[in-house]
Design a protein around this ligand. Sequence first.
Ligand SMILES: [Zn+2]
Ligand SMILES: [Zn+2]
Length: 272
Amino acid sequence: MQIDLHFHSTVSDGSSSPQDLAKLCVEGNIKIVSLTDHDTIDGTSPFYEAIGGAAQVIRGVEISCSYGKQTVHLLAYDANLLRSWGRVEKMLVRQRQLRAKRAELICDRLEELGKPVDRMALREKSKQKVIGRPDIAMAMLNAGYCRTRREVFEKYLGDGKPADIPIERLSVFDAIDCVHSCGGKTSIAHPHQLRDLGGPIIKECADKGLDGLEVNYGPYSRSEKDRWLKVAVEHGLFPTTGSDLHDTAGKHSLGMEVTEEYVDGLGQWLAD
Ligand SMILES: [Zn+2]
Ligand SMILES: [Zn+2]
């Protein structure tokens, strides 16, 4: 069976609307789906409606949080769409406010550096979606300051560069607690991105109640999946599955094949 519990829409940094993604899920016969935009669940309702009962929709979100200086992407899920996620939403609103504030500070800094960008366009954009560094990078490309996104990050926006403004961060432990208080489940996304800190972070999070680990990550090879499955088993974490698709026009597509046995385990994990 095809399932997919991690992908992004235009509500965060994906290329397709929630409705278009729903259409692709239905066409691809993907049976369990979760739209996991960054720090927002605003896409969930339109996505759910557009699915129209053709697949099981799990409410989801990918929360940007931190462990010390390390960024951790925490996936949160809930199979019960009727349950209130008020506390999670409040936490996400605060995250978005912090990001918007940071974007303004980055614009201030860019102005000081003699590289002003179209702030009004960014503000307008932020009404519909979560604004992040990629959006500012796009504004810089539009203004003709650099030729590639990579150049923007290397010269201005990347870590330690002149327009790198640190963001006030949410601790991964607080995020896990908040999701649990609303009855949801948590899983650490694309664990390889934690690099050397992966071991201690996963262990500590597991000790503090983390529920899953994104073992079946779209870009992983068989051996990488095996490696992360070992880690998940070691810490009693459920191996979640997701493509992390952002660009539906790219070479990757939605949906990953899993066994019936896996689907049973997922159902139990979500219902626990
Ligand atoms: Zn991520
Ligand atoms: Zn993602």
